[in-house]
Ligand binder design. Sequence first.
Ligand SMILES: CC(=O)N[C@H]1[C@@H](OP(=O)(O)OP(=O)(O)OC[C@H]2O[C@@H](n3ccc(=O)[nH]c3=O)[C@H](O)[C@@H]2O)O[C@H](CO)[C@@H](O)[C@@H]1O
Ligand SMILES: C=C(OP(=O)(O)O)C(=O)O
Length: 455
Amino acid sequence: MNSLVKDAQKAGERVGLKSDQIVITGGNPLKGRIRVRGAKNLATKAMVAALLGETPSVLRDVPDISDVEVVRGLLEVYGVVVTSTVPGELQFDTSNVERAHFAEIDAHAGSSRIPILFCGPLLHRLGEARIPDLGGCRIGDRPIDFHLDALRAFGAVVDKSFEGIYITAPDGLKGANITLPYPSVGATEQVLLTAVRATGTTELKNAAIEPEIMDLIAILQKMGAIISVEPNRVILIEGVDRLVGYKHTALFDRNEVASWAAAALVTKGDIFVEGARQVEMMTFLNVFRKVGGAFDVEDDGIRFYRPEGDLKPVTIETDVHPGFMTDWQQPLIVALTQATGVSFVHETVYEDRFGFTDALNEMGANIVVHKEGLPDHPRRVARRDFEQAAVITGPTKLHGANVRVPDLRGGFSYLIAALGAEGVSTVSNVGIISRGYEHFIDKLEVLGADFVFEG
Ligand SMILES: CC(=O)N[C@H]1[C@@H](OP(=O)(O)OP(=O)(O)OC[C@H]2O[C@@H](n3ccc(=O)[nH]c3=O)[C@H](O)[C@@H]2O)O[C@H](CO)[C@@H](O)[C@@H]1O
Ligand SMILES: C=C(OP(=O)(O)O)C(=O)O
């Protein structure tokens, strides 16, 4: 069994999925109401932050996804007692952190990217950190040089001479002046989680400012941290001696909202996504409207639907916040296969994030990927050494096929394509989708999809 299939099975099993494939008959418009809970990209970081508190923390609206289970397992290895008395709520008791049993971390190797964020909190609590090999979506090289350089700037000593990473801080962690080469989400979180209890002040330049990062800062402030977000991507953190636990309701999952919105477009459906908020979705909503979708913002969520008329092509560049998020392009591309004309999607965040389009082409799409980007194509700002472009010509009829989920967002885009296709599709490896989409099988059922899923 190859490692991708094993990852998918493990991910699915963590949230109780018994089968790894779904058979979808396309053609039903998705209609109805679903609820989106806390973001994968916030809840997992909030769980790491709990380790910094000397008293217990409570996180609400935690999604039932496998990445949360991975971080829960790691917290337990690191001595945190995690309990849940109410569905969607987790309590973290950190009073026994000194009993961390590092020997067990290897069981968590390759499961997610979150383990790297434990470095600062573990150094503060235990004086050492042992981190398993990282996992996460395979979308090109995903180095951790910004993380390790930042940790070294705080005074940490990094040993990578065995599988995983071992880090110590023989002279303690001291505030630092750090400039990130790129506004990396993870590296910004690394700096925040380390600086809050370092001695002195940390100035972070070129920080990421995604809504999930602002929510993490809100959590840290509740815990006693002093963090100010200055103009021009500068964050100042004044280290404090002690942090306490927090009570917090996680920010909703923007990526899940964008995915269901795209599903409404492709299937000519009408989906009310409870829990979605306009402010964090503004960039997406502009594009959704330009493509030909319609939405109504209500106090408790957003309704996404497809009015009469053709879908229209667009040109977009993925970018850091407040730009168009890289995790939104995959579901949107399925909708663009149904637009009349030629769309361009420039991927500027990751270097290899269009692999999923091969299977869409097998289903009848016309997507040409330019691995070196389109140098002659005018771009708003040339930012990175690498970029890729996908040119999508539509509309093309999609037909059923057998496809295998390669990664989280690509996987959800296959579900959408299968739902909009003529005929029957078998989508395998769907366990990977449970890394970031809570109860997606139940939601498909509620929305009236025609499918068979054993288990
Ligand atoms: C768990 C989580 O929150 N995942 C999100 C997070 O990933 P993640 O935090 O891993 O993404 P980053 O923002 O760090 O990565 C952005 C770019 O920076 C590069 N880089 C990053 C760190 C580093 O040390 N060196 C380096 O070169 C990466 O290879 C990538 O090309 O933000 C991404 C960008 O919004 C999202 O797609 C992911 O869903
Ligand atoms: C890339 C993603 O996640 P991760 O960073 O956890 O691999 C994603 O959520 O699309």
